[in-house]
Ligand binder design. Structure first.
Ligand SMILES: Nc1nc2c(ncn2[C@@H]2O[C@H](COP(=O)(O)OP(=O)(O)OP(=O)(O)O)[C@@H](O)[C@H]2O)c(=O)[nH]1
Ligand SMILES: [Mg+2]
Length: 312
């Protein structure tokens, strides 16, 4: 542990201290030397919170709805963690600033933990860091962890590797989007939401989405049929129903084999990311000046040299 580290940090996180969780999260996100020890200490708490992934196209209202959901859970005195996966591109930076402001209404609440993962979250693939961040939040005592992505169209499938329950958010004006909705999205969503139901056309969007869902449905009853709900993050309509559907899905996961299957997938992802990171780094450390000279002088080619280094 480094000089500045607090030997009682783990204990303080487990006791539910906000400041301690904040420090632990920073260490994990910055990949500090303490990160492995922290993950080890917190891992026994993993699986205690429902990890909810909120995804969908840009501007659908993911951030606004997340904020409403937090208010819903806080009425039940639940402890909530929010991990915001920022855009990696500066183009969508403005949208993120908006997210920040919307979520600020909960920033002073000691029962809510908000952290943005910058581009270390999931853009271009799930990162190892997000798992570590979740371990900290579960150790701190979160009942629900909401992972909010910025709609890039890529995150939907990735988020399935880290979340227990996936909420796919769309809006009435995105009817075409529903038509063209990728099969992958239809498969990974556990709950579908037509947000902005205060706007014109929400009934049609709801029925379009419901029929699109039933098209892909087989005759045999599935243990979980994804509900299609209408919400308005503006008025708060439908948020309690969304909360109920999320609780139902969590109960379903706990009662069925599906919960265990998803946990296995998440742990597999975390483990593979850890291994590939370690192997990658240690292999890169083995590259010598001599190796580079050999390449320049065509004494060996990169593939053969790479194979040799990996075998070392
Ligand atoms: N009328 C209406 N507007 C909404 C509703 N929910 C969100 N909005 C508005 O829609 C815009 C986008 O909302 P956000 O919550 O930032 O959407 P987002 O999905 O997080 O957007 P990105 O993070 O950029 O992908 C904002 O101007 C919100 O005020 C709703 O239920 N009804
Ligand atoms: Mg947002």
């Amino acid at each position: 542990m480094s000089k500045r580290s607090d030997p009682r940090l783990i204990e303080r996180v487990l006791r539910g201290e906000h400041a301690a969780a904040s420090r632990a999260l920073s260490l994990v996100i910055d990949e500090a030397p303490e990160a492995d020890a922290l993950s080890k200490a917190f891992f026994p708490k993993s699986g205690s919170a429902q990890k909810i992934g909120v995804c969908g196209p840009p501007g659908a209202g993911k951030s606004s709805l997340t904020s409403r959901l937090v208010a819903h859970y806080r009425k039940q005195k639940l402890k909530i963690g929010i991990l915001a996966v920022d855009p990696s591109s500066p183009i969508s930076g403005g949208a993120f600033l908006g997210d920040r402001l919307r979520i600020q209404e909960h920033a002073m609440d000691p029962g809510v933990f908000i952290r943005s993962l910058a581009n270390r979250g999931m853009i271009g693939g799930v990162s190892y860091t997000i798992f570590g961040a979740m371990h900290v939040l579960e150790a701190w005592g979160c009942d629900k962890i909401i992972v909010e992505t910025v709609g890039t169209g890529q995150d939907e499938v990735e988020i399935g590797k880290v979340a227990d329950t996936i909420v796919y958010v769309t809006t009435p004006s995105m009817g075409d989007e529903i038509q063209a909705m990728k099969a992958g999205v239809m498969e990974i969503g556990d709950i579908f939401v037509v947000n902005k139901s205060d706007l014109h056309g929400s009934d049609k969007a709801l029925s379009d989405l419901r029929s699109a869902m039933s098209l892909g449905r087989t005759h045999e009853a599935k243990p979980w049929e994804p509900p299609v709900l209408g919400t308005s993050a503006l008025t708060g309509k439908g948020v309690d129903e969304l909360g109920k559907a999320l609780d139902d899905h969590w109960t379903h996961l706990k009662k069925s084999e599906e919960g265990r299957r998803r946990l296995r997938e998440q742990h597999k992802e975390e483990l593979s990311l850890y291994i590939s990171r370690r192997v990658y780094r240690s292999a890169l450390d083995k590259i010598s000046d001599r190796n580079l000279d050999d390449l320049v002088e065509h004494k060996i080619d990169p593939a053969s040299l790479g194979t040799k280094i990996l075998k070392k």
